[in-house]
Design a binder for this molecule. Structure first.
Ligand code: FAD
Ligand code: HEM
Length: 405
């Protein structure tokens, strides 16, 4: 239990730390990896290079500190992060290491302004915040392990089948090597993979959304190959999966995780908006929704640059043929003449608010996922239209970021 004095110090210093937020977390990661290079087997270096991870961690620590009197208010945010932590295999013994280096970074960046009193207050507050994360995560480990077909840690899965879905996206169908049952999942959830790649010094961990409906006896993921461009190197794991992973090969997978899931049962019309490979969780959702609530009004809009990059076409065409209540629209930025003959081709260019107003109602539940510029455009359009936040649901294919900057 923190004393009132400690709480007061924390609350009065949150704004100061926020001003230096990214400087502190950038220094924190340097210190963390100098003292514990083995943690590079867990963290994705690329997320730090882009700064997304620093911002996400800083925001989470300060949000928690600002709510130190009522940590229960931020449990939904803790759960979103803890889902990722659990999937990645973060353990209670990791927390003191992070705490120690965070405090060192705060001291270094604030200099003389960081009195012993302030540092001591933050050490205590970090302890309370860490305990909240640890207890949520321990419960998540228990649930993942004790559910039917569940497991703890990373379980070997065999690639049963791989299917090219577009010029850059391939699906991998995975079955457990032990031949036993697999855990059920909620559409929208993801699997996390631990991959050792020849030539890479550290183990890589990445998340991939489950792209098929649950209950099939296999897990399907659909991965976009992130090619290099000019000086920018190709994505490490996606290239490895595309270039080296064949039927019969083994991948290490942690049990399904994530809180991007559908409201059940759907009570309003449901609108799915996907950009590029962001379609994976939404295809799982739309398939399941139409199985569980056939006849429910559903609109699926997929945006791609052109038809050659449009994946999972067979899944969506089959659904649209079988469900007259599913309105399916395809939007291509730069369609070829042949792309314009796609049965569901609806628009050339981008999804914009004027067009959305013609094809869906604002009184719907919206689910979207895609590249960050796409997500920002969808969010802005829905907000401009007056859609309330509780009808807007989305997933980032990276650290949670902001859709408003
Ligand atoms: P990384 O090596 O991590 O690199 C990331 C990107 O940065 C690449 O595009 C790379 O070309 C670029 N890059 C490399 N070096 C530099 C540099 N020096 N400067 C600038 N840029 C650089 N992906 C899917 O394909 N399908 C999914 O269903 C899916 N679901 C996801 C679900 C969740 C919840 C999350 C968080 C992510 C999901 N992702 C999905 C994304 C996936 O986890 C990986 O981030 C993605 O495959 C890229 O990983 P990588 O190892 O190939 O690239
Ligand atoms: C991801 C916060 C402790 C390892 C994240 C994210 C946040 C966060 C906000 C981004 C979530 C997202 O992707 O949307 C915190 C807070 C902590 C804490 C507030 C302490 C109270 C830890 C510890 C470890 C850890 C102890 C292990 C050493 C990671 C990793 C990721 C992550 C590996 C994913 C980053 C990546 O993509 O590589 N954390 N975290 N975190 N966290 Fe933590």
């Amino acid at each position: 239990m923190l004393s009132q004095e400690t709480r007061d110090i924390i609350k009065s210093t949150v704004p100061v730390l926020e001003t230096h937020g990214t400087a502190i977390t950038t220094r924190f990661y340097q210190l963390l990896f100098e003292s514990h290079p083995e943690l590079l087997n867990i963290f994705n270096k690329m997320n730090q290079r882009k700064g997304d991870q620093q911002t996400a961690l800083a925001n989470a620590v300060y949000a928690a500190a600002a709510h130190i009197d009522h940590l229960e208010d931020i449990i939904p945010a803790v759960k979103q992060i803890s889902n990722k932590h659990r999937a990645l295999g973060i353990l209670p013994e990791h927390y003191p290491i992070v705490g120690e280096n965070l405090l060192k970074a705060i001291k270094e960046v604030l200099g003389d302004a960081a009195t012993d009193e302030i540092i001591d207050a933050w050490a205590q507050a970090y302890g309370v915040i860490a305990d909240a994360f640890i207890s949520v995560e321990q419960e998540m480990y228990r649930e993942a392990e004790t559910q039917r077909g569940g497991w703890r840690g990373f379980r070997p899965f065999v690639v049963q089948r791989r299917v090219a879905e577009s010029e850059v996206i391939s699906s991998f169908y995975l079955v457990p090597q032990d031949g036993k049952e697999i855990a059920d999942f909620l559409p929208g959830q993801y699997l996390t993979f631990k991959v050792d790649i020849p030539g890479e010094k550290y183990t890589q961990r990445r998340h991939y959304s489950l792209s098929d409906a649950p209950g099939q006896g296999y897990y399907r993921i659909s991965v976009k190959r992130e090619d290099g461009r000019g000086d920018i190197p190709a994505g490490v794991v996606s290239s490895y999966l595309h270039n080296h992973l064949n039927e019969g090969d083994v991948l290490y997978v942690s049990a399904p995780s994530g809180d991007f899931v559908m409201k059940k049962p759907a009570d309003k019309p449901v609108v799915f908006l996907s950009g590029g490979v962001g379609m994976t969780p939404l295809v799982s959702m739309v398939k399941t929704l139409l199985q569980e609530q056939p006849g429910h009004p559903v609109t699926y809009v997929h945006a791609a640059i052109h038809g050659g990059l449009h994946a999972l076409q067979e899944d969506l065409n089959t659904l649209a043929e079988a469900n007259p209540n599913l309105r399916y629209h395809v939007v291509y930025e730069k369609p070829s003449d042949q792309d314009k003959t796609h049965k569901y081709f609806s628009k050339e260019g981008f999804i914009d608010l004027d067009w959305l107003k013609q094809v869906v109602s604002a009184d719907s539940d919206f689910y979207f996922c895609g590249p960050t510029p796409f997500m920002k455009a969808m969010y802005r359009a829905l907000k401009d239209w007056g859609v309330p936040d509780n009808q807007i649901h989305f997933e980032f294919f990276g650290p949670q970021g902001s859709l408003t900057d």
